[in-house]
Design a protein around this ligand. Structure first.
Ligand code: FES
Length: 160
């Protein structure tokens, strides 16, 4: 399987961080960067990461099945995650989620018809102190409000 030069360089850099016998530790970051390029975790991608990290495809599949940020289905160009776990729930996370689903007309792990945005309701994005939290790709938006969420969605829809 081949990747763009930029992604291949990232994968090589990750692979080089881990000593012989410990290459399996590169499975998650490799999957994430490769998923960014491919758009989803395909069986071909699983096989490629397994080969590079010296593990079996089944071991990679187990990782993919456990971590919610790894998607076997194609997500949107912008994957927007909204946390509704307790800290965010108390600070308006559920209102944000309901607003986003209504505005975009899609639900959990669904994609807009144009393929631009997908939504995911998440169980803690690790930013509880800045609740409620919205994540667009790797970009965190703390202390989110409906107005801030609308500005984010407006900017995504305007640029693309
Ligand atoms: S509960 Fe929302 S980031 Fe932790």
């Amino acid at each position: 399987m081949t990747f763009s030069t930029a992604t291949e360089n990232k994968l090589q850099e990750i692979w080089a961080r881990y000593p012989e016998g410990r290459k399996r530790s590169a499975v998650i970051p490799m999957l994430m960067y490769a998923q960014d390029e491919v758009g989803q975790v395909t069986s071909e991608l699983v096989a490629e990461v397994a080969k590079r990290c010296e593990v079996t495809p089944l071991q990679v599949e187990e990782v993919v099945g456990y971590y919610s940020m790894l998607n076997k289905e194609r997500m949107g160009k912008h994957h927007v995650q909204i946390c509704t776990n307790i800290a965010c729930l108390l600070m308006g996370g559920e209102e944000l989620w309901n607003h986003a689903t209504k505005r975009l007309g899609i639900g959990h792990k669904q994609v807009t018809a144009d393929g631009l945005i997908s939504l995911e309701e998440v169980e803690c994005a690790g930013a509880c102190s800045w609740a409620p939290c919205v994540v667009d790709g790797y970009e965190y938006h703390h202390h989110a409000t409906i107005e801030k969420l609308d500005r984010l969605l407006d900017s995504i829809q305007k640029v693309n």
